[in-house]
Design a protein around this ligand. Structure first.
Ligand code: ADP
Ligand code: MG
Length: 256
């Protein structure tokens, strides 16, 4: 069965989508079967995987409302080497429409259970909130990957996320754990970033991934070509770091 990971952090612009698509591409590159699930109505992970969100017949929205199965709604991204369960603006409505539904937080879990055997990894790109959508992601995941920038306020938002994860763990999903904090957009020339990075390691020890993702302009340019950096410029420092991270994830799941 696939191991399912949410890429979550309720802050926006911290590198969730970049991490999701590049980890997906990195895992595919080293021979893993991957499904990337876009749970953000912005649809950036969909577009960033070369799938046009405006032209989708079915999306994750239809899956959550049980109007389509994962098999019907997913697309294969040839260039990226993984499957995509896409999202677009429609998904913003799901929040409201799910209110009246029973076990609304477990919709994604039920949908993915059917296709779990076809993949090694399912990666879920969460929206920048602790909403019903994120809750659906957390309910079906084995672990949460938390991308964070090594800034002064980085740890502030973490408390809310950690508390949410604890509650989901206690009430809805006993498998759930933070598998790791991923340092992203890292610039070793900035002393503060090095200090915060050291603090993270001191506080969270093995919950901090060994791989560090550098700030790298090629990673930021890639989405405008509808590609993850790992495919767009495989030799760039950013791409190489994400492939290293993919290998680290493969090692981690052996211990799960
Ligand atoms: P989120 O999904 O958390 O909102 P994104 O992945 O969209 O964050 O990243 C926010 C912005 O930062 C985007 O413009 C993205 O291209 C850029 N970015 C992300 N990671 C890096 C990196 N390692 N180096 C340079 N730019 C990055
Ligand atoms: Mg995003």
């Amino acid at each position: 069965m696939a191991k399912i990971f949410c890429v979550a952090n309720q802050k926006g612009g911290v590198g969730k989508t970049t991490t999701t698509v590049n980890l997906a591409a990195g895992l595919a590159k080293i021979g893993q079967r991957v499904l990337m699930v876009d749970l953000d109505p912005q649809g950036n992970a969909t577009m960033g995987s070369g799938v046009d969100k405006r032209e989708l017949k079915h999306t994750i929205y239809d899956v959550l409302l049980e109007e389509a199965t994962v098999a019907e709604a997913r697309m294969h991204s040839e260039k990226c080497g993984y499957d995509v369960l896409g999202a677009n603006r429609e998904l913003a409505g799901a929040e409201v429409e799910l209110v009246a539904v029973e076990r609304r937080e477990a919709r994604l879990k039920a949908a993915l259970a059917v296709t779990g055997a076809e993949y090694d990894f399912i990666l879920i790109d969460c929206p920048p909130s602790l909403s019903m959508l994120t809750l659906n992601g957390l309910c079906c995941a084995n672990g949460v990957i938390v991308p964070m920038q090594c800034e002064y306020f980085a740890l502030e938002g973490l408390t809310d996320l950690v508390n949410t994860i604890k509650q989901v763990h206690a009430n809805l999903n006993k498998d759930l754990q933070i598998i790791g904090l991923l340092r992203v957009m890292f610039d070793p020339r900035i002393t503060l970033q090095v200090q915060v990075s050291d603090q993270l390691k001191a506080h969270f020890s093995d919950k901090v991934f060994n791989t560090v993702i550098p700030r790298n302009v090629r990673l930021a340019e890639a989405p405008s070509y509808g590609l993850p950096g790992v495919i767009f410029d495989p030799l760039s420092k950013g791409a190489q770091a994400y492939v290293t991270f993919a290998a680290e994830m493969v090692e981690r799941i052996k211990k799960m």
